[in-house]
Design a protein around this ligand. Structure first.
Ligand code: BGC
Length: 430
């Protein structure tokens, strides 16, 4: 008892001692805070490693450091981001998630449901995101009513890129129908020009496939098949026709296509080895980074048919500890949706800004076509999320479609067998 009492007296009865303890603790807090708080920081996982992509991500890196942030780069090469997503899962499983991650579409909500994402609503509110972003884009950035990702841009998928002089010197324009595309491609092939620059990687096969599917089937068919996964659309005669066209496309690629990276395929169009590439407008970023001029060196046109396939790049913030990292996330989120960043980044990236109040004055003809077509498609009900770039479906289902597309493209499988495989793969993925 006594000893307890005396301890009590010693600790709390002695005012001088108490003051000393308080002062020591306060000093050590000040010291810790001033010594160890080094300002906002962020480790950023992304897959922007090609020439045009690297130039674009450098814009964010620069703005971040100009605003006091220190950036740790975590680039994971691999177009379409499959390798980046594998790396992400490994980091999260080891309890060491990167602070900011290039993530998009329903996988944002999937990660949120796993409890991995931070709520960035405070930044969104302070910076008026709901006023400057279209509702369709904002919808992708929200998880259970909270903001859980920051959008960077709008990429369009259904584009054809062409070498301008290869077409003009052979008397061709940009094809307006798939029949015209096939006829032009056959004529160029007969002259020894590779009609279609393509990289045989699953996501690139899927990119071509969804542009063909939209072109041949139209917007309602695309929505039924690749957003609703409606069985009637999946096993329709239209789907058979889509695979028929994919078989024709297979005949237009060169024999070395397998495994080729998308930017090397773009380079084939740049140097006139190939006539066309079907790819999202990050390909334009590649042409621009190489000093090529749209309308003069290369041409852009939407793939034949109606509609607009969109792909919104965004960053999600993973739950991290410590004020430096959390401040880094807030700063990054704010900058990403900032007006200046949205302009400069997208001028490099080939996409258009996600914000509606950024002037397109400095943007080229292809960006203007993209913006006009996006607005018209939005009004006309033909604005559609890209399945191949993770905007329409959850991972397992998108993967099931892509597996079928790739299996068909790389074999002699008939269109009917491909359709049967597609239906089965979707059933199994549910
Ligand atoms: C991304 C683009 C990227 C492209 C090629 C797409 O899925 O949205 O930002 O440039 O993949 O890597």
């Amino acid at each position: 008892m006594n000893s307890v009492n005396s301890t009590f007296k010693f600790k709390w009865g002695n005012h001088m001692f108490k003051k000393l303890v308080v002062a020591a603790v306060a000093t050590s807090f000040t010291l810790t805070a001033s010594v160890s708080y080094a300002g906002p920081k962020a480790e950023v996982l992304h897959w922007w490693t090609s020439g045009g992509e690297a130039k674009s991500v450098a814009v964010l890196q620069k703005e971040f450091s100009e605003n006091g942030g220190s950036w740790t780069d975590m680039p994971v090469a691999g177009g379409g981001g499959d390798a980046a997503m594998t790396a992400l899962r490994a980091r999260v499983l080891s309890g060491n998630a990167p602070a900011a991650v290039q993530l998009k579409g329903p996988s944002i909500q999937e990660w949120y449901e796993e409890g991995a994402l931070a709520d960035i609503s405070a930044v969104a509110k302070k910076n008026n995101w709901s006023k400057v972003l279209p509702a369709s884009i904002a919808g992708h950035m929200k998880c259970e009513g909270k903001w859980c990702a920051a959008p960077v841009n709008v990429h369009r998928i259904d584009w054809i890129w062409a070498n301008a002089s290869v077409l003009s010197s052979n008397g061709f324009g940009m094809p307006k129908t798939w029949d015209e595309f096939n006829a032009t491609a056959r004529a160029l092939q007969a002259k020894g020009i590779i009609p279609l620059a393509h990289g045989g990687q699953a996501w690139q096969d899927a990119t071509v496939f969804e542009a063909v599917a939209l072109g041949i089937g139209g917007a309602n068919f695309f929505h039924d098949a690749f957003v609703k996964l409606d069985k009637k659309a999946l096993q329709s005669d239209t789907m058979v026709k889509v695979f028929d066209q994919m078989r024709i496309m297979r005949g237009f690629v060169d024999k070395n296509f397998s495994g080729r990276d998308w930017n090397l395929a773009t380079a084939m169009v740049m140097n006139g080895e190939a006539a066309f590439q079907i790819m999202g407008d990050w390909a334009k970023g590649e042409f621009l980074a190489a000093g090529k001029v749209p309308g003069k060196d290369f041409l852009c046109a939407s793939t034949p048919g109606e509609g607009f396939l969109y792909n919104v790049d965004s960053f999600a913030m993973f739950k991290v500890k410590g004020s430096e990292r959390q401040d880094g996330q807030k700063l990054l989120a704010k900058l990403i949706v900032g007006k200046n960043f949205q302009k400069v980044f997208n001028l490099n990236k080939g996409s258009i800004p996600a914000r509606t109040d950024v002037s397109l004055n400095e943007f080229d003809h292809c960006a203007h076509v993209s913006a006009a077509d996006m607005n018209a498609s939005s009004v006309g009900g033909t604005l559609l999320p890209s399945y191949a770039h993770g905007m329409a479906l959850r991972g397992a289902q998108a993967g099931a479609i892509t597996d079928t597309v790739t299996a068909h493209f790389n074999s002699k499988m008939s269109s009917k067998d491909a359709v049967a495989m597609l239906v089965k793969a979707i059933d199994n993925s549910k």
